[in-house]
Ligand binder design. Structure first.
Ligand code: MTE
Ligand code: MO
Length: 477
């Protein structure tokens, strides 16, 4: 950033010892920008008169500076990496090999396919919990980081070299990408499917825009960040000084070529420690208020989760995404006349609920974890999917296609991988209980009565409710 041709920096004064009310007397000299080719162009740009937001002395918070931005940057470097990787893992967990990840056709942006594991059963719960809760917890830090770099948005001249021009374009992807991903992600975790498929598609492509900007930014800024963190806010590396500072003793960071520290610092109203405490505390508060959506014992704290905290008493007291009423299913279709159809072998097998209940029952304690971030551990009991595959005459299927009695909606069907069918804990569940050995009850109508799928580590969406049929398939040559 430069002041050339706009406000005119104070000549050669040392940084002042005292901070006054308007900063005018305390103006510090910003280093001359290094102009790259074509020098005349950038220099000429800098001479154009611009309104006050583009004057460096407009941005006066004494807390801004390369060190402060680097602190937020270091936290985000780690945190956003986790959020990005777990987000991409969720895409893979949805089964792109079956065309059921959303968006289905992503051209060159497809990820390596691999069979999503069934062990550990809490794997998707963990990755998706990190993705959603992590995104929420990082929100205050993202906002703080953007605040800390706002003066750069108004730097004048806006660019001083071709290399810097490219860097600034990458910033568009970075800042645009992160705002888009956080807004759409938070909206989805709040309103579920109000975005419909638009959400997944937009969030997926937006992620790649962000990843592009993020990688470029990290490559370009990593050395600056490390240097600034070593240097400390006062150029001395003295750690304890900012840890114990008060507004009165909080001095501005030195002015440097990065253009974040103010040339005309105002009086601090908050200490450096206070600002970090505020941002960190905000993050911690968001964390406490959202972790309950994936942590059964803390459920009552999950006030930021749009899903209710209570669904009545007993074993069926847990989140419901689509209710029976919402599914549009005529309840009569789930009554005594309901039959489960198994296909894939030589003939079709048809089973009533009583037939299923008369088969060997298996019990498994498994989480159900929704892409929205909520999850809960339950005890499920029913018939093993592999027993049904054997009954259908396909003991080693390559995959299985499950269809619900529900006909509308994209979540009325799912394809399961071979390992997901064959896992001994993969069930067509008839009954459910809580996770501490209490009594089991029949699935409630909202949770999928007469029968639903439950598979370890499977994204919630593919645990189809109100199952009508399962087609066990062998790979066709
Ligand atoms: N038929 C059918 N099954 C479904 C759904 C659906 O909309 N229709 N929603 C899925 C989603 S998104 C989740 S997270 C789980 C939630 O199960 P629950 O409502 O029993 O908690 O069910 C899945 N099974
Ligand atoms: Mo879900």
């Amino acid at each position: 950033m430069t002041t050339a041709g706009t406000t005119g920096p104070a000549a050669g004064a040392d940084p002042p010892e005292t901070l006054d009310g308007d900063g005018r007397e305390n103006e510090r000299r910003a280093p001359e920008p290094e102009y790259g080719f074509p020098t005349a162009l950038w220099r000429g740009l800098g001479r154009i008169p611009v309104p006050p937001p583009f004057h460096p002395r407009t941005w006066r918070s004494p807390l801004r500076g390369t060190w402060l931005t680097s602190v937020f940057g270091a936290v985000l470097l780690v945190g956003l990496t986790v959020v990005v990787l777990t987000g991409l893992m969720s895409y893979i967990a949805y089964g792109p090999q079956f065309g059921q990840a959303i968006p289905a056709d992503v051209g060159g942006l497809h990820l390596p396919f691999f069979d999503w594991p069934t062990d550990p059963s809490w794997f998707y719960r963990l990755t998706q919990g990190l993705h959603v809760v992590g995104g929420m917890v990082l929100t205050p830090i993202v906002l703080a980081k953007l605040w800390s770099v706002v003066p750069k948005l108004f730097a004048w001249p806006p660019v001083t070299s071709v290399a810097q021009l490219l860097e600034r374009v990458s910033l568009l992807a970075l800042v645009g990408g992160i705002l888009f991903e956080f807004v759409t992600g938070l909206m989805n975790s709040q309103y579920d499917y109000s975005w419909g498929f638009g959400f997944y598609t937009a969030h997926y492509y937006g992620a790649w825009v962000f990843i592009g900007g993020f990688v470029a930014h990290v490559v370009l800024k990593f050395p600056t960040m490390v240097r600034a963190l070593r240097r400390g806010p006062h150029g001395s590396g003295a750690f304890d000084r900012w840890l114990h500072d008060s507004p009165a003793t909080t001095e501005p960071e030195p002015v440097d070529a990065h253009g974040l520290a103010p040339v005309a610092p105002g009086r601090p109203t908050l200490s450096r420690r206070g600002l970090l405490g505020l941002v960190g505390g905000g993050s911690a508060l968001v964390g406490v208020l959202s972790i309950g959506q994936t942590w059964d014992a803390l459920r009552p704290l999950a006030v930021l989760s749009p899903r209710g905290q209570s669904y009545g008493d007993g074993p069926n007291d847990f989140q419901i995404n689509r209710t029976l009423a919402g599914s549009g299913i005529d309840p009569v279709a789930l009554g005594d006349g309901w039959r489960l159809r198994l296909t894939g072998g030589s003939g079709e097998v048809s089973l009533s609920r009583a037939d299923l209940a008369a088969m060997p029952q298996h019990t498994a304690v498994l989480p159900i974890a929704c892409v929205e971030g909520w999850s809960t551990t339950r005890t499920w009991s029913g018939v093993r999917l592999r027993d049904l595959a054997a009954l259908a005459g396909v003991p080693a299927p390559d995959n299985a296609f499950v269809q619900s009695v529900e006909t509308s909606g994209a979540f009325a069907r799912a394809t399961l991988q071979s390992n997901q069918v064959l896992d001994p804990d993969s069930l067509l569940a008839l009954r459910v209980g809580d996770d501490d050995g209490g009594p089991l009850a029949d699935l409630s109508p909202d949770h999928g009565f007469p029968a639903r799928v439950i598979v370890p580590a499977l994204p919630g969406v593919h645990n189809t409710k109100w199952v009508a049929s399962i087609d066990f398939r062998r790979r066709t040559a």
